[in-house]
Design a protein around this ligand. Sequence first.
Ligand code: HEM
Length: 286
Amino acid sequence: MGRRHMAQSILGPNAQKRHRNHRYTLRENVSSQLHAHVKKSPNEAVNFKKVFEPELFGLSLKQALGKNVEGSIYVEEPGTTLSRNDVFEILVTDVLKGATETDWRDFFPYLRWIPNRNLEMKIQNICFRRKAVMSVLIKEQMKRIASGRERLQEEIQNACGCDKVSEEHLSQLPYLNAVFHETLRKHSPVPVALTKYVDEDTQLGGYYIPAGTQIAVNLYGCNMDKNKWEMPEEWKPERFLEKEKWDPMELQKTMAFGAGKRACAGSLQAMLIVCTTIGRLVQSGD
Ligand code: HEM
């Protein structure tokens, strides 16, 4: 069951499509670290493990749990605070070490009856620590998912009562609207806009762009820009609820629909369909 879940929900084609943003971040981080290394110490050998290991671990956590571990986590049992490196040791290094441990009794089957307490304790310890850390990470994610869902359920219940969510209700459902925009921001279905052909020499954002150039706007990059968004890696619909900052009816809160003259012509229709569908799914408790 575990293997099937991993093959379908994490590594399968649809899941990989969903996670392409994480791979994009990994590539960006790795290449900026390599560039920084070359700039700082051009004659020093690159330790690829040091660059790739934390990035690949982050990718696995985001794919499996939806969120990277940043800073530290507190594990109630046995009551310790673990750094990200400790978490890596427990979830990856120790498990690999455990898998390659050798039981001398395998070479002398007729001595199987002699207990190998040392090895058993080691393996038990690895399993215990791994279970304790995994249960903290899973609980955190369940809390995060449940808090958003409960808030949505409450808002829909207050606005619609026993009626099914309809397009008329949407103006009374600001949190649902925020969930829609935040999901499109963080998981932009169109990460790079259709290329644009530049007809005449142009100045754009301080750059000179000669006629004949093809431009592809990185919508994903705009939506994850640290200078524009506070903690862009976090899925936080609340960011769109600040009334003084966001017009609730504005459809281009993010770059998910593009911008300007060639922005998505179907953004209103997309919002109406998606919001009512999510609302009804939440109502039905799925
Ligand atoms: C969540 C759903 C959708 C997303 C994220 C989305 C996103 C986009 C993006 C990024 C563009 C390109 C903007 C650019 O090049 O700058 C675009 C263009 C376009 N979209 Fe959508 N779209 C969605 C749904 C729809 C729907 C439902 C329709 C129609 C019923 C639609 C019709 C169009 C059209 C006609 C264009 C071309 C506009 C132009 O070039 O003038 N889209 N969309």
